[in-house]
Ligand binder design. Sequence first.
Ligand code: PLP
Ligand code: COI
Length: 341
Amino acid sequence: MAENNIDWASMSFSYKPTDFNVRCTFKDGQWGPIEVSDSEYIPMHISAACLHYGQESFEGLKAFRGKDGKIRVFRPEENAKRFIRSAEGIGMEPMPEELFLEMVRNVVELNERWVPPYGVDASLYIRPFEIGITPLLGVRPATEYMVVMLVSPVGAYFKNGFKPTKVCMSREYDRVAPKGTGSIKVGGNYAASIVAGERAHNLGYSVMLYLDPKEKKYLDECGAANFFAIKDNTYITPASDSILPSITNMSLKQIAEDLGIKVDARPIPFEELETFEEASACGTAAVCSPICQIDDLDTGKVYTFGSPDQAGPLTTKLYNRLRAIQNGDVEDTHGWNMIIG
Ligand code: PLP
Ligand code: COI
């Protein structure tokens, strides 16, 4: 068993060994039993489909410990549904929703001591992934698949947590094609984003903001997070076929409505950045990561939003309500949490 003397309050978003992962294999046309493993390795054929042709998809969701001691997993049904869409999008066997949810419950229960305590800004990140494991040489779908769920306690993904950071944009890079795999969560999209992401990091930015890959006119998303902005008491977020439908963004839209903030999801021409009062990235890992500045690397144009030291008022309100629901501090009126323990 791994050591558990963690400084919960100053954790980064990185892999830490825990006690167990759970696995399930699809073979001979059916899913087998859920297996519990304490190994951090997968024995695999050197010609497995995932190693050569990228038959891999993944998910990310979080478990939080409440003041009442209960553990809450945020909207796992939505991850289960997206996991199915991702599998179908690259010709893999979709895992039934109930089996996905059972695996989530098992992996959290088995690693309960790794769920950070209430009151520190940390959570247990759950990372399900599916891989094609059939040995292949020609490009075609595998017939055998493995789903693994691992967990890791994590802190903030963007380096400043809920403090504003700077972001850059450039027309030099696309992470997905216009009618490609942008709306599903497959490893290949992330491989395609690594060079651009490293350029952003090396220049001191937290992330690359992508424009739509077809026309380079509209805002798409922020690396591994969606984008939203605030203007005139309105939550504005891109509608695009080439971005991942974010469960956090979907939740923030609902929370905005609950708080009396208007919601406007539509294509956003990048010139409109000029008019925004607040801007933020959002996602499971990113939660809300406020953006104080976007630099256009191609034109030298700089867009600024509010204070560089503090998130804007509506972003703060939305973030606080989302975190309160996840922690069980306010009533979960939409039935979003799966409660464990
Ligand atoms: N966009 C991309 C490309 C992502 O990888 C993620 C992370 O999952 C998101 C957006 C945010 O989605 P969610 O809120 O469902 O985590
Ligand atoms: C998430 O927010 O869960 C993600 O998958 C982001 C990840 C690529 C770090």
